[in-house]
Structure formats: C-alpha cells, structure tokens
Design a protein around this ligand. Structure first.
Ligand SMILES: C=C(O[C@@H]1C=C(C(=O)O)C=C[C@H]1O)C(=O)O
Length: 365
C-alpha cells in the first residue's frame, strides 16, 4: 500500500472518529435528560431490561465485520459511562472531597485547632492503666505545652486473653486528669451503643483501624456533635478510607480527622508500613485534617523521630505517638512507647524541626 493511500484511509477513519465522538456526546446529553426524568419519577437509573433490549437490537442489526459480542461489549461500556453521567453530585463528588468543599475543615478541640495550617502533637499512653500513670504522662505533656491527649480505655486486642482496657473506668480517669490539666481527650470507642455514653468523657471519639468499616459505628459517630478521629484500616485502600469518612459526614458530622497508621504489607521490619504518601493524597482529595500515628505504623521506638519528621515535612496536621511512664511494664505496646525523658527529647527535636520547616515554607513563598 502506498503511503498516500494509508494517509487517505486514516483521514477517512478520523472523519468517522469525529462523527462517533459527536454522536457519543449527543447520546450523552439525551441520557442525562433521561436521568433527570428518572429522578422526577423516582425510578432507578440502572435499567437492565432496557439495556437488554438495546443489546438485542444491536444483535439484530449488526451487519459486521465486527462480531456481535464485540459490538455488544462496546455498548455495555457506553451504558456504564452513561449511568455515570446520570449519577447525582453526591456520588460523583463525596461530601468529604475537596471538589465539594475547597477550603480546609478546621476541627476545634477545646481550642486546639487541627487543619488550620499549624502542626500539633497528640500524645499519651497506649492504654489507660491507672490514674497515676495517666497523670504522670499528662504532667509531662503539659510541661511541653501539649493539650491533646490520647489514651485507650477500650482496647481492641488481637488476642482475647490480652489486656482489654479498663472500659468506663478508664474514661473516667482520662476525664479527671484532662480536667485537672486543661487538656482534651481522644479515646477509642468500639461499640455503637457506647457513643452516647462516651460524650460525657471524651473530646474526640476515635474509631480504630479494626473498626474502619464498622458501618454502624461510623453512622453512630456521624450522628453526634463531637469530633471523630478515624484511623485507616489495616489493609484499607485510600479510597476505602475516604468512603469510611463519608459514612460519618453523610450523617451530618463533618468534624472528622483522618489518621494514617500504617498498612499491612509483606514488610516485616516494621509493624506496619507507614504509607507516608497517603498524607498529601488525603489532603488533596479531602478537606479534612490528617494525622500520622508513628507508634502503630512503625511499632519501633527508634523510628518514631524520623517518621515524625517525615510526617511534618510532608504536611501532616498532627503527629500522634505513645508515651508511658515505664514502657517496660506497660500492659500493651511496651516495645514502642517512649518513656518521659525520651518523650522530652522527641518533643525538643520536633519543635525545632517544625520551626525550621515553617521558616523554609515562608522563604519559599
Ligand atoms: C439511558 C438510560 O439509562 C441507563 C443507560 C442506558 C443506556 O445508556 O442506553 C440504558 C439503560 C439504563 O441502565 C435508560 O434507561 O434509557
């Protein structure tokens, strides 16, 4: 075939391509109108009976050279794209998405703001063990100027024989200490029926990684007027994580903080693999503040500082880590909690790092 013949044929194909494009978009416009009619009539958008009729019509009229199965396949793709065109805004743009709300959501926890561009620290013991233990950590935090304290009263442990937490007694201890030091409490709630009760004790309801897709719990947390810290599931994709947050906001509560805490991979050097790139992705895709839990992601005390620096450098709104007066005797996570002197050294280093970062950001703008 001569070159000019090839060019001529391609030109013809291009003319058809443009006609197809025009027809596809014309079809799209009509399909959207059909969607509006369906909304008015309150009928479902997906109509398999209608799609079957169209496929049968295609089969009857197909003159080739394409196989009927091939053209039907192409039409099924068109149906799918058409249904997407008919979807309402909520499904196309989630309530948690930046598309829906371009400005940052600022979560105010007793005056401590997450999402306003400043970077904070959420510290505290893994589990509440006693009043004295929590008080000692709170005292050290207060000395460092920190007001956001985490602590587990209900502990979802891998083994049912491990320490399960003090329950309501643990929440009472947290509240007592927090009031004494004018601090805010973040604590995990496991059961949807405990959400109401927890409002008397906590300033932020935590939904843990193992419960990220406990939809009843998400809905219950979405119905109350209290910030929620939602941890990423052990093996959850970012999309699943974002959709879990959508369950909360869809019930009316938009005070949501997302927490990257590492995901399960084949790597054994750390307890989980910290997915640091999730931070800017979540900040791009959603308007919610993002926290990095360096304790549970690494499971290693020696990695807390470098990963915390990475979290601050990549734009996390807060770093979360665990502190215990005597980690060796801690009832949970003893290998990864910092003692008080380690916590002080950690804070000094990170405060310096945070101001250097703030300085360099100011320089670059
Ligand atoms: C356009 C419609 O909605 C959907 C899309 C279809 C299409 O693209 O042809 C067919 C059936 C429905 O699943 C319709 O019902 O006619």
């Amino acid at each position: 075939m001569k070159t000019h013949e090839l060019d001529r044929l391609r030109q013809k194909v291009d003319e058809i391509n443009l006609q197809l494009l025009k027809l596809l978009n014309e079809r799209g416009k009509i399909v959207k109108e059909i969607g509006e009619q369906k909304t008015l009539q309150g009928v479902k958008r997906f109509d398999p009976v209608r799609e079957r009729q169209v496929l049968d019509m295609i089969a009857e009229n197909n003159e080739g050279p394409f196989e009927t199965s091939t053209v039907q396949h192409i039409f099924k793709t068109i149906f799918k794209a058409s249904l997407e065109l008919q979807e309402d805004d909520n499904r196309k743009a989630l309530l948690v998405s930046r598309k829906k709300k371009p400005e940052n959501t600022i979560v105010d926890i007793k005056g401590e703001k997450l999402g306003d561009g400043t970077q904070s620290f959420i510290m505290g013991p893994c589990a509440v063990e006693s009043y004295e233990q929590v008080r000692e950590v709170a005292k050290a935090m207060k000395a460092q100027g920190l007001r956001l304290m985490r602590g587990g009263a209900f502990k979802p442990r891998t083994s049912p024989y491990d320490f399960q937490g003090l329950g309501v007694e643990g929440l009472e201890i947290l509240r007592k200490v927090a009031d004494e030091f004018d601090m805010a409490i973040i604590s995990e709630i496991l059961n949807p029926n405990d959400i109401e009760m927890s409002l008397d004790y906590v300033d932020v309801i935590q939904i843990g990684a193992r419960n990220m897709q406990n939809f009843d719990l998400l809905k219950a947390a979405g119905k109350v007027n209290k910030p929620v810290l939602l941890k990423r599931g052990l093996a959850a994709t970012i999309e699943e994580f974002i959709n879990a947050a959508e369950y909360i906001i869809a019930q009316g509560n938009d005070q949501i903080i997302l927490c990257e805490r590492g995901i399960r991979t084949y790597e054994k050097a750390t307890r989980n693999t910290l997915d640091i790139s999730a931070v800017p992705i979540l900040k791009q895709e959603t308007h919610l503040p993002v926290v990095v839990d360096v304790t549970h992601s690494t499971g290693r005390r020696d990695l807390l500082l470098p990963t915390a620096k990475a979290a601050l450098a990549i734009g996390a709104d807060a770093v979360m880590a665990e502190v215990h007066p005597d980690p060796a005797v801690a009832l949970s996570d003893s290998a990864q909690q910092m003692n008080i002197p380690q916590f002080n050294a950690f804070m000094e280093e990170l405060k310096g790092f945070r101001s250097k970062l703030a300085g360099s950001v100011q320089h670059s703008v």
